[in-house]
Design a protein around this ligand. Structure first.
Ligand code: GRF
Length: 275
């Protein structure tokens, strides 16, 4: 069985990452984690990836001071080079722009702690409690440019109990997240759920380009790589190499400006000589 390769993007604790790691260890599970990327060098999830022997990379947005395009291009390169066919956001605290999402159309999903479309954004448990809800829960959805707005793939409701605090409710929802996320990933990997142009199709007849994780996929059709070179292992992009690449790019742009200036000076001198 060819497994669907996952890129898991994290920013912190990584308990959903752990749930995916554990699911991937179960024989017959149709997906495997190709790479874990964190924008936060301190993320606890990085240690979980290391413990599981999964390539873990840091793509620190603070190195790209105000250059969101540069950050997202670096992130996209890491994901593409891993050969992942599905990007799973798991507590990833950066909003991805169309620039990134268009490179991975219909291939980015997220887990969110509420029954979407209710309670998008942060502090979902506190807001659900304050509103006197009877039921809360979690959702896995397609990622679009609007925050927590893409089509919902699956949800698990969690009853709110009398006396629940933000912490007790969050803990019960999190437990459900850990079951929901791996099960949705498995459905996508088996082709039971297909994301097409942002919409969800269930039990759709498999077409060639849906055939992720099936017996005889065409390799190039279930990865997102636009790279013609095949990489068996992702290229390690730790904090230092991201910084180095950034410094090289800055040096290159400076050199281009200097060279351009020199050419203009030479042209002026030539014009003066001719005149
Ligand atoms: C989870 O509650 C998830 O739903 C939300 O961020 C939290 C991440 O937790 N998007 P963890 O890092 O997976 O433990």
């Amino acid at each position: 069985m060819t497994k669907l390769k996952l890129a898991v993007l994290i920013s912190g604790r990584g308990s959903n990452l752990q749930a995916l790691i554990d699911a991937c260890k179960v024989p017959g599970y149709p997906a495997e984690i190709a790479v874990v990327v964190s924008n936060n060098p301190e993320a606890q999830g990085l240690a979980r990836a290391a413990e599981a022997g999964i390539p873990a990379m840091i793509c620190d947005h603070t190195y790209f001071k105000g250059d969101k395009d540069g950050f997202e291009d670096a992130l996209a390169t890491i994901v593409e080079q891993s050969g992942a066919g599905l990007v799973c956001l798991a507590g990833f605290m950066r909003i991805l722009s169309p620039r990134f999402l268009n490179r991975f159309r219909d291939r980015v999903i997220n887990i969110h702690p509420s029954l979407l479309p209710a309670y998008k954004g942060l502090d979902t448990h506190a807001r659900a409690l304050a509103a006197g809800e009877k039921t809360h829960g979690c959702s896995v959805h397609v990622v679009t440019a609007g925050m927590d707005e893409g089509a919902v793939i699956a949800q698990t409701p969690v009853p709110i109990k009398a006396g629940d605090t933000e912490e007790t409710l969050a803990a019960r929802v999190l437990t459900e997240e850990h079951t929901l996320y791996p099960s949705v990933v498995a459905e996508i990997a088996r082709g039971a759920v297909v994301i097409r142009q942002g919409r969800i199709e269930r039990d759709a007849p498999l077409r060639h380009h849906d055939a992720v994780g099936t017996e005889s996929p065409k390799p190039s059709e279930h990865t997102m790589s636009h790279d013609t070179h095949h990489h068996d292992h992702p290229v390690v992009a730790d904090a230092q190499s991201v910084e180095r690449a950034h410094a090289m790019w800055t040096a290159f742009t400076k050199a281009t400006v200097v060279a351009g200036g020199a050419i203009v000076v030479v042209l002026i001198l030539l014009a003066a000589l001719v005149a």
